[in-house]
Design a protein around this ligand. Structure first.
Ligand SMILES: Cc1ncc(COP(=O)(O)O)c(C=O)c1O
Length: 377
């Protein structure tokens, strides 16, 4: 599914140099390389501030709390995401409200959000948290309009979307604040856990910086209860190296996605969708967006059987995500039931992510498609 060694081999000299520098300077927590990464990352995204932190989960929590989200407020997000999109809202002390997704993009549906805002759970909603799932931006114009009309804060979960664009604007610079994850599988990845908050707001950045150090602005004077959510020096140094390559890697992912499209078409397997019948519904880059293909998720009918068939041929695949968040045991307290979000529930039954990473070889891609063709025949 993902061979991280291939990326490492290409740049391991530079990475070792970066790690050595941290050992020599002994700046293990935050420090010079983290600061240099924060500056370079903010320039890359076209935002003013970036605040390095310990994970994407913490970045979400920091962004929410720094934006004033807490007890007595609600935040709307998607049921079809990684658990952290909802758990960070709960950690902030707020209420998580969910709205269904769109079947083609798998992203939060603006129409569904609007209906929720007008319904009983809409009272108390102060923020929207769309997720740019699989590397493609959510329908941002509609969320920006909702934000303006209803005075809502917009926070992007950009964990999967480094380099993605919406009408020329980069993910991470679209909302009031954004959270990135540099988990090792991400398009821009650390060698461990790391994350980042991006924002144009001076006040939000300043508060996030304090919150990541237990609410300290002056050493051992705590203005509010924060948490330990700092980025470590090794991760900052490694990310600073990888930042130089991430555009090239994203271009590689885009070429691979095009190639998958072509191979599936040539094999005669493509269905128009949005739901599969006997073939494969391919993921699509929608108008006005730059998809960075964190995942290439197809939809198929007998998904679990196909996954087993692929595994039998030693081909990795993954289900992001098999259980929508409203049906997770830990989130029973949100008081949703099966049937509440039919699109998310259906996607959870049908999606299958295929191998896509910049160093994936053409012959490997051909094998993946050939084995799927064999299964479907
Ligand atoms: C959409 C989404 N949100 C949040 C996170 C949390 O990031 P992390 O694993 O770095 O805490 C992830 C990554 O795992 C993610 O994919």
């Amino acid at each position: 599914m993902l061979d991280l060694k291939r990326q490492h081999e290409a740049i391991h000299g530079e990475l070792l140099e970066a790690v050595k520098h941290v050992l020599e300077t002994q700046q293990f927590i935050l420090g010079e390389r983290v600061a240099a990464f924060e500056k370079a990352a903010a320039e890359h995204l076209g935002v003013v501030h970036s605040v390095g932190c310990s994970s994407g989960t913490d970045a979400l929590w920091l962004a929410l709390v720094a934006a004033g989200i807490g007890p007595g407020t609600s935040v709307v997000t998607t049921p079809f995401s990684f658990f952290a999109s909802v758990s960070a809202i709960l950690r902030a002390g707020a209420t998580a409200v969910l709205a269904d997704i769109e079947p083609v993009s798998f992203n939060l549906s603006p129409a569904a959000v609007e209906a929720v805002l007008d319904g009983p759970r809409g009272r108390g909603v102060r923020a929207l948290l769309p997720v740019h799932l699989y590397g493609q931006c959510a329908e941002w114009s509609a969320f920006a309009r909702l934000g303006r009309e209803r005075g809502l804060t917009l926070i992007e979960d950009a964990a999967q979307a480094w380099g993605a664009e919406w009408q020329g604007g980069k993910a991470g610079g679209l909302g009031d604040a954004a959270a990135f994850s540099f988990y090792p599988t991400k398009n821009l990845s650390a060698a461990g856990d790391a994350g980042m908050v991006a924002t144009r707001s001076d006040a939000l950045a300043e508060r996030a910086r304090a919150l990541r150090q237990h609410g300290m602005r002056r050493r051992y004077f705590h203005d509010e209860v924060g948490w330990n959510a700092r980025m470590d020096g090794f991760q900052g140094a490694i990310l600073l190296v990888k930042l130089k390559y991430v555009e090239k890697w994203n271009e590689g992912r885009r070429r691979l996605a095009e190639r998958y499209h072509a191979l599936f078409a040539k094999a005669g397997l493509v269905e128009t969708g949005p739901y599969p019948q006997h073939g494969v519904v391919l993921p699509r880059e929608l108008a006005g967006r730059r998809h960075v293909w964190h995942q290439y998720a197809i939809r198929v009918e007998r998904r679990d059987a196909l996954r087993e068939f692929l595994a039998g041929r030693r081909i990795g695949s993954e289900i992001f995500y098999p259980v929508p968040l409203h049906l997770q045991e830990a989130l029973k307290g949100l008081e949703y039931v099966e049937g509440d979000f039919p699109e998310a529930e259906r996607a959870a039954r049908e999606v299958l992510a295929l191998p896509i990473f910049p160093e994936l070889r053409e012959d490997e891609q051909e094998t993946v498609v050939a084995v799927i063709a064999e299964f479907l025949s």
